[in-house]
Design a protein around this ligand. Structure first.
Ligand code: UD1
Length: 417
């Protein structure tokens, strides 16, 4: 199995191009289920999760074109089998996003329950509750959600908590429902807005994207469209935190700084100099970073998907930082691996107290989930000597050409067997 070998200590310099957002591409690919016409996407990242979603859709009968230069064309002329099986769903929880659109288009769906996950319980009760409010019958049988409905009906749904894919699933379903759906306590993440923009290009009537109340007037049918996937704000933030930790000067192009408010603020607090010009962000870090404290929260708060990378930054910063995770109950697994590199971290319930050390030392470590792997890369880039990261299939789910992009910035990093 592939591993990543990093020899730390080099500052980063040069330019890196940011890919399209995984978390926007996945729901947008599911929007293709809502129309018989082609959906032409641009800026789709080349990632394992995108391939998994393409596979799930292809098994239903969706025509999936070859992915070239970020282009991907999907056409659900006919949905032969509205099923998403366990073997694929268990590898990627976002596959549950097919449930809403399948119900809206076919009136039935059979989707595996995603099951457990490394970072917490992650139930899908809000997805189910919302679709039931729209008239769907959903039964759990043999590990599958068996759903059926004549035509979904618009409803007023108050979500019990802010869920990103939950909001997206219901938005996809409501686009073709009869009547108006109002989603309250909806997620405000930029990826929700990107999905709303794509749906609008297909003819959907959606108001309020980016606020906590979405109003979706269902239409009879949707058309094909062309849509460019938004830049990946988490990939952007990961490279920014790597430069903040390792030092140097890097220009990131293809970004959307407007979606990175909380992250940029914390980087400035850590001592980084940032300059935004058009779609580019330039970061310069001279000397040692200062510790930052943060609490994860739904957008526009600090993203839970950036928490691990900032913990790695705090590990080598001067001072002590407190990191509180409020979204997932078990998202500190990277702390134990960072300790193997010499980090000083103590965990008290949902808060990690990170005392910066002068230097980390390379060691063998294991990636436990996608963003945890990213934190080990950030730490490996500053650690003295060699860091060998095992189980990097997690990284391949969410970072396009990571080792090529980092080598381009002067890092000593290679994929080894
Ligand atoms: C999405 C992102 C993921 C990010 C997360 C939080 C995608 C593909 N993934 O995941 O990268 O870390 O948002 O920003 O976009 N919950 C329930 N019931 C539900 C749904 C969620 O209790 O029906 C809980 C979850 O267990 C969690 C919280 O709500 O504690 C937020 O989860 P949610 O926003 O749904 O995360 P995802 O959409 O799965």
């Amino acid at each position: 199995m592939d591993k990543l070998l990093i020899t730390g200590g080099q500052p980063l310099a040069g330019e890196v191009r940011i890919s399209g957002a995984k978390n926007a591409a996945l729901p947008i690919m599911c929007a293709a289920l809502l129309t018989a016409e082609p959906l032409r996407l641009d800026n789709v990242p080349r990632l394992m999760d995108v391939r998994t979603m393409a596979k799930i859709l292809a098994l239903m009968g969706v025509e999936v074109g070859a992915q070239e230069n970020g282009r991907l064309e999907l056409r659900a002329r006919e949905i032969k089998d509205p099923t998403a099986g366990y073997d694929l769903v268990k590898t990627m929880r976002a596959s549950v996003l097919v449930l809403g659109p399948l119900l809206a288009r076919c009136g039935r769906a059979k989707v595996s329950l995603p099951g457990g996950c490394g970072i917490g319980a992650r139930p899908v009760d809000q997805h189910i509750k919302g679709l039931q409010a729209m008239g769907a019958r959903i039964e759990i049988e043999h590990g599958y959600m068996n759903a059926s409905v004549g035509r979904l009906k618009g409803a007023r749904i108050v979500m019990d908590l802010v869920t990103v894919t939950g909001t997206e699933n219901l938005m996809l379903a409501a686009a073709l429902a009869e009547g108006t759906t109002v989603l309250e306590n909806a997620a405000r993440e930029p990826e929700v807005v990107d999905l709303a923009n794509c749906l609008a290009a297909m003819g959907a009537k959606i108001e309020g994207a980016g606020t906590d109340t979405l109003r979706i007037e269902g239409v009879r049918s949707l058309a094909g469209a062309a849509h460019r996937v938004m830049p990946d704000r988490i990939e952007t933030g990961t490279y920014l935190s790597a430069v903040a930790a390792a030092g140097g000067k890097v220009r990131l192009s293809g970004t959307a700084a407007g979606t990175l408010g909380a992250t940029l603020e914390k980087l400035r607090e850590a001592g980084a100099k940032l300059a935004v010009a058009g779609d580019a962000i330039t970061i310069e870090m001279a000397g040692r970073a200062r510790s930052v404290s943060l609490t994860t929260a739904p957008y526009p708060g600090f993203a839970t998907d950036m928490q691990a990378q900032f913990m790695a930054l705090d590990c080598v910063a001067s001072g002590t930082g407190q990191i509180t995770e409020t979204i997932f109950e078990n998202r500190f697994m990277h702390a134990l691996e960072l300790q193997r590199l010499g980090a000083d971290i103590s965990i008290h319930d949902r808060t990690a107290v990170v005392k910066g050390v002068e230097r980390l030392q390379g060691a063998k470590v294991m990636a436990t989930d996608l963003r945890a792997s990213a934190s080990l890369v950030v730490a490996g880039l500053v650690a003295q000597g060699e860091t060998l990261i095992d189980r990097i299939y997690h990284l391949d789910r969410g970072y396009e050409a990571l080792e090529h992009k980092l080598s381009g910035l002067g890092a000593k990093i290679a994929r080894v067997r």
